[in-house]
Design a protein around this ligand. Sequence first.
Ligand SMILES: Nc1ncnc2c1ncn2[C@@H]1O[C@H](COP(=O)(O)OP(=O)(O)OP(=O)(O)O)[C@@H](O)[C@H]1O
Ligand SMILES: [Mg+2]
Length: 266
Amino acid sequence: MLLELENVTIPTFDKQRIIVNNVSFGVKEGSIHSIIGPNGSGKSTLAYTIMGLTNYKLKSGKIKFEDKDITDKTITERAQLGITLAWQEPARIEGLSVAKYISLGVKEKSRIKEKVKDVLQTVNLEPEKYVDRFIDDSLSGGERKRIELAAAIAMQPRLIILDEPDSGLDVIITEDFWNIFNKIKELNMTILLITHREDIGMVADYGTLLWRGEHLITDEFPKVMLQYCKKAGLKEFCKRALFKNGVKCFDDDYIDKIFEGVDLND
Ligand SMILES: Nc1ncnc2c1ncn2[C@@H]1O[C@H](COP(=O)(O)OP(=O)(O)OP(=O)(O)O)[C@@H](O)[C@H]1O
Ligand SMILES: [Mg+2]
């Protein structure tokens, strides 16, 4: 496992309430792993805690990265180990060009130009059109998200945490996301993907379902999605939406059985 959470419990900043309760699961190296769950189930809190943002401290439990305990490591130390996070809302940094922004994270300083070009291509943006643009409101929301993703990839992290890269982005179609995620995977980066869009989540190999701060299941993604649908009472949606590479993940009969209460592992 690249990342392991062991009985992770996360309180609110004022420590009056628990947001994430006793959550354990692992993220396999080289996989796309999606965290799903309804609004307020604790997905972003978990993502920020894995990254080690200030105030996101465990009440109990342990976080391990490549078998090393990182529970008490700072955000900078975690970044040095190869963990990176892209935000739900991408940044606007006035006066900074796209090339400069991306190059900040490039380690091989002798290859900056090529690297900037490569990562822009990875996120399906034509480098010539974007390197000299500025990170401001003249870029569309979709372009900013892609550029931010490009900047994250440029850092060559081991684990890239994406919190709703699709939020508000009707413009980026599913195939485009799939294509980008698969390219990132080919670069030997592991992706922890938080998303509300099941069509995007389906790109994931594995999934974890959070429900009101509790861990319900970690398994192959379609199985996790099935359990999510069951919890949310979305049988017809489940029959309609769970496709992978154009093939239905489960027969309708099987879905009926699951909704009747047959254990997933039977
Ligand atoms: N610092 C905090 N203090 C108090 N409550 C908090 C704090 N941070 C998060 N919460 C609450 O914890 C719950 C989980 O929030 P979180 O943002 O992790 O959910 P989420 O699963 O990412 O939701 P969404 O799908 O809407 O993004 C929410 O009810 C939120 O209001
Ligand atoms: Mg969130």
